[in-house]
Design a protein around this ligand. Structure first.
Ligand code: AMP
Ligand code: MG
Length: 418
């Protein structure tokens, strides 16, 4: 049975229950579109890519030197007649006879009959067409060659549907000669901040104002996870403005995200605005930071909507737990849970049974190669510097009162530029 976000009521939900219910807002991946190779970075493949050719196409030289058929007896291994030269980009189709070799540059196809390349540094030229091999006992048959199809053979599955394309995958598509690929459309995510106190950076701050941080953390997160941002700005705490903004966003976006305005003090007001144009559930989730959250559908298209908490760390942590899997599903990916590792706690960590604590952490490897993690320090849900310092979220599960120094704990890796 799939949980729906509308019939969960107002009881406290577990993180897993909330994630499942939010995922149910999206039944299938967005439509596919064909994109040029140069535009594919960060996109997700909509179908498998099968190689139309062998890579490399020909067995070829891995070094500059000579190509030859290595003899069985070392007696005939040191002196060779050089009958020509083949450079990368050309071919030599005449088979070599016994005792003959061919000069070859890296990447050039081996001539018929050749099975070995000896590198230039091991050779001495005598006259124009005689070559002496230094230490022939060190040569191994088959050395310094790259076999046709050793990277990918024709007919092999090169990349699977659902793969997000980064630098290496772009190179692989290029090596197969593919100038374009079928990928999922990027999810269009409308983002706005709410709150009378919230002020755009670059404008004057009133005496009680704060700068809008969430719109920028959330825009960054959307981009990191393959989405395209529709920036809706800041909406004041006013029911009509909020309802108008939500209605407009629901018409153009695949997903609408707000931050702020869903805490207990404001819930009734926000609820009224949302009820005008959508179907909403309000949740408390057994996690810290992160409660409360609103979830539902907007407008005639039933555009998925998530109202994240206003506190900057809570907005980021809830995005990572609930919006990232949604973006993954929209792009046809099946990794719908955060990427986790296990590390040993450097020191005691606080937690509480019945709720998941997401502590901003720094993981590192100790001298023995053991993964260890420590907290970044102060953990208030408004302390954004805790996210700036972190390279992971430490997940103290709902079954634990806390973590003692040296105990193992789950960590969720955060995206960081190297
Ligand atoms: P709210 O959920 O609207 O009650 O907001 C909770 C806290 O987060 C308050 O201290 C707000 O001022 C703060 N907050 C809300 N939205 C933002 C934002 N976009 N940027 C920074 N802080 C915010
Ligand atoms: Mg507010």
């Amino acid at each position: 049975m799939t949980l729906s976000c509308f019939d969960l009521g107002e009881r406290m939900l577990s993180v897993d229950e909330a994630r499942a219910a939010i995922l149910a807002l999206v039944a299938e991946a967005l439509p596919a579109e064909t994109c040029a190779l140069a535009q594919l970075h960060g996109r997700v493949l909509a179908r498998d890519v099968v190689s139309p050719l062998d890579v490399p196409r020909h067995t070829n030289a891995a070094m500059d030197g000579i190509a030859l058929a290595w003899p069985d007896d070392l007696e005939h291994a040191s002196r060779w007649e050089r009958v020509g030269q083949v450079r990368a980009g050309t071919r030599h189709d005449t088979p070599l006879l016994s005792g003959q070799c061919l000069g070859i540059t890296t990447g050039a196809p081996l001539p018929p009959g050749a099975d070995t390349v000896i590198m230039q540094e091991q050779l001495e030229a005598i006259g124009d067409n005689r070559v002496v091999v230094d230490r022939p006992d060190r040569v191994r048959r088959g050395q310094n060659i790259r076999l046709a199809g050793e990277d990918i053979a024709a007919g092999d599955l090169a990349l699977t549907a659902g793969t997000r394309l980064s630098a290496a995958e772009l190179g692989q598509l290029a090596s197969l000669g593919m100038a374009e690929a079928l990928v999922r459309r990027r999810p269009r995510v409308a983002i706005f901040s709410t709150g009378d106190e919230v002020t755009a950076p670059g404008t004057r701050l009133s005496s009680a104002g704060i700068f809008d941080t969430n719109r920028f953390t959330l825009c960054g997160l959307v981009a990191e996870h393959g989405g395209e941002v529709i920036d809706m700005g800041i909406i004041p705490d006013d029911q009509a403005s909020l309802a108008d903004a939500l209605a407009e966003a629901s018409g153009s976006a695949d997903l609408v995200i707000t931050s702020g305005g869903v805490s207990v003090g404001e819930a009734d007001f926000t609820r009224a605005a949302l009820a005008q144009i959508g179907e909403l559930g309000f949740w408390r989730i057994a996690m810290r930071p992160g409660r409360p959250l609103a979830c539902g559908r907007l407008g005639t298209q039933g555009t998925p909507f998530l109202g994240l908490p206003g506190n900057p760390v809570a907005a980021m942590v809830t995005f990572l737990q609930f919006v990232v899997p949604l973006l993954a599903r929209m792009q046809g990916r099946d990794d719908l849970k955060p990427c986790c590792l296990t590390a040993l706690a450097d020191h005691a960590l606080t937690g509480r049974a019945g709720r998941v604590d997401f502590i901003r952490g720094l993981y590192h490897c100790d001298a023995n190669g053991t993964l260890r993690v420590s907290s970044t320090g102060a953990q208030g849900s408004g302390i954004l510097s805790s996210m700036v310092k972190a390279n992971c979220l430490i997940e103290v599960g709902e079954d634990r009162e806390g973590v003692r120094a040296g105990e193992s704990v789950t960590i969720q890796l955060l995206f960081r530029f190297p």
